[in-house]
Design a protein around this ligand. Sequence first.
Ligand code: ZN
Length: 100
Amino acid sequence: MAKPVCIKCETFMRVRKVGVALEERIPTGAVNETGDALYGPYKLWAGDLLACPTCGAEVVAAFGMYAIAEHYEEQYARTVAGYAEKGMLYVAYDRPRAHP
Ligand SMILES: [Zn+2]
């Protein structure tokens, strides 16, 4: 299977962490006082963190076919917290947003 490639460096990315979790967040429909959309948890995916050995750019890839947890499930928050405590949690939004 082809690995992700850093096109800037023309180099295959290397696995940095196996079995990380990516929390997919979606708009809640609400906005904050400055009009920015608020996001909430949706699905938790398992994947690997890969990095470019040259420039250090990172991506999460190699996801399984199904989410490992969904926001409405009773154990969702506990599962997310477990990954966060181990430094294995990343998040993703459906569009670019201002970083706090
Ligand atoms: Zn690179």
